[in-house]
Design a protein around this ligand. Structure first.
Ligand code: TYM
Length: 336
């Protein structure tokens, strides 16, 4: 197979409203990386159904993620934007990887443990084998780099293990060993209600996260109401790191402004939270509201969105199909 040196794949689930963590940890980085890399950006609906999704809204949520990609600045002509379930090669390779990955590897996945909690006997088998599908998403394109938030790091390590084991079991070098790209100041955005909990789509409190679809007023209100401790802002980064809510808000400020966190801490050292929150609210709404406006516009133009998705499907299949075919040959599957 022809070797590629700079190819990205990344995915976002259509399982709820996109939030500031998805934007700062992933989508914002996709936008800057598109200049340098050949990119495949995928709406991972097969991953979404590892937990229950309402069939009445899944399609709409899928369009919404595609709209968020475009509204954030991803060029749908230059890059391949597509929906995972439309490219069957992902699921086909995932099955093969289920036979490569070891139970012990998957048993170590902390995200499964967090999501399953005490209910592990009752969650879907898909939730457990989720990371092998993620490895297939990446490796079916022979992607070399994967931009993600910090929470996906362990899944990326598993992907590397699967690629290595496949290559060594079958004495091939077909798969690259993909590098995670965990970039920017905010690689792990925390809840606005609890600085020790990750900002997530599944948190029951709307006030825990800023959604890409929030209005300017909602964004400012959520930041005003964000939990903080009673002290003024920290004087230095070491003190800031000991105060989970303070470091989270400072990190968000830094990431939105493309600053180092240290610089954000220095700008507000010793100041009151009221002033900082006002500035952060204004900054966040100024950065996010153009995205939300553009998303709303795109969501009204279903024809356009669907044509992008359908074009992406074709482009993705054109790359994925020959790779799968080569893998079948390597494994020794019957071919006619
Ligand atoms: P998902 O849909 O949960 O999140 C999409 C992206 O957003 C990042 N992210 C965050 N970053 C910083 N702070 C947060 N609080 C935060 N919450 C989410 C995630 O790290 C991710 O980059 N398994 C993936 C989807 C996936 C994928 C892939 C990613 C499927 N196949 C192949 C990369 C490559 C997931 O559930 O992301």
């Amino acid at each position: 197979m022809e070797k590629v040196s700079k190819r990205i794949l990344s995915g976002v689930q259509p399982s709820g409203d996109l939030h500031l963590g998805n934007y700062l940890g992933a989508i914002k980085n996709f936008v800057s990386l598109q200049k340098e890399f050949e990119c495949f950006f995928c709406v991972v609906d097969l991953h979404a159904i590892t937990v229950w999704q309402d069939p009445k809204i899944l399609k709409q949520k899928t369009r919404e993620v595609a709209a968020a990609f475009i509204a954030s600045g991803i060029d749908p002509e230059k890059n391949t934007l597509f929906v995972q379930s439309q490219v069957p090669q992902h699921a086909q390779l995932a099955w093969i990887f289920n036979c490569v990955a070891r139970m012990g590897w998957l048993n170590r996945m902390t995200q499964f443990k967090d999501k399953a909690g005490k209910n592990s006997e009752n969650v879907s088998v898909g939730l457990f084998s989720y990371p092998t599908l993620m490895a297939a998403d990446i490796l079916i394109y022979l992607a070399t780099h994967v931009p993600v938030g910090e929470d996906q790091k362990q899944h990326l390590e598993l992907t590397r293990d699967i690629a290595q084991k496949f290559n060594s079991d079958f004495k091939t070098d077909i798969f690259p060993i993909p590098e995670p790209l965990i970039l920017g100041a905010a690689t792990r955005v925390m809840s606005l209600r609890d600085g020790l909990k990750k900002m997530s789509k599944s948190d029951p409190s709307d006030y825990s996260r800023i959604m890409l679809s929030d209005s300017e007023e909602e964004i400012q209100k959520k930041i005003r109401k964000a939990k903080t401790d009673p002290l003024p802002l920290p004087d230095n980064i070491e003190d800031a790191k000991k105060r989970p809510e303070a470091i989270n808000l400072l990190t968000i400020y830094a990431a939105l402004n493309d600053l180092e966190v240290e610089k954000a801490v220095a700008n507000y050292a010793g100041k009151e939270f009221s002033q900082f929150k006002k500035d952060l609210g204004e900054l966040a709404s100024a950065k996010l509201s153009p995205i939300s406006l553009e998303m709303n516009k795109l969501m009204k133009d279903e024809k356009y969105l669907d044509s992008i998705i359908s074009n992406g499907k074709e482009r993705a299949i054109n790359v994925a199909e020959p790779v799968l075919s080569k893998i079948y040959e390597i494994i020794g599957f019957f071919r006619d």
